[in-house]
Design a protein around this ligand. Structure first.
Ligand SMILES: [Cu+2]
Length: 155
């Protein structure tokens, strides 16, 4: 008996949720979402088809004793970028390191040859067409092997 009522209430919940989302759609919710704006601008997930824009900050992993571990604690705020083949990809990269002498780069080798190299408090961007599918490593030339990430270009 208990089991039945549980199943019933669960299916009721699903129906309610469905009705709710259905309702939103019938009010033109989805269409409006495309143009939805935040105080800062367009919602990123509603990006233009064929274009991908990424915002990446330098970051630091906490509690890494660089002297003891002999490894840099530097990192990126985002480690995986996903694009579709043919997308125009824009990377906006920000050096927010509080060490004034610390440079960071966002670099991808062949075939994309992207290189953004920043000094203290600088930012830069690069745009390229993701015309080759595959998995590509992006890295900071100053903090290998730890400061890396991956760009996945889906076919
Ligand atoms: Cu770096």
């Amino acid at each position: 008996m208990k089991r039945t009522s549980l199943v019933l209430s669960k299916s009721k919940l699903i129906t309610q949720t469905y009705a709710q989302s259905n309702n939103e759609t019938s009010e033109g919710g989805m269409k409006n979402m495309t143009n939805a704006t935040t105080p800062l601008g367009k919602i990123p997930s509603m990006s233009i088809p064929g274009e991908k824009t990424f915002y990446i900050f330098t970051s630091e992993v906490e509690n890494v004793d660089e002297n003891k571990l002999k490894v840099a604690a530097d990192s990126y705020s985002v480690h995986t970028l996903v694009a579709n083949k043919g997308d125009k990809v824009t990377v906006n990269f920000y050096n927010v390191d509080d060490v004034k002498t610390e440079r960071h780069s966002f670099t991808i080798g062949d075939p994309y040859k992207v290189h953004i190299d920043l000094g203290f408090s600088q930012n830069g961007n690069a745009t390229f067409t993701a015309d080759q599918a595959g998995l590509f490593t992006f890295y900071c030339r100053y903090h290998l092997p730890v400061m890396t990430g991956q760009l996945l270009v889906l076919p």
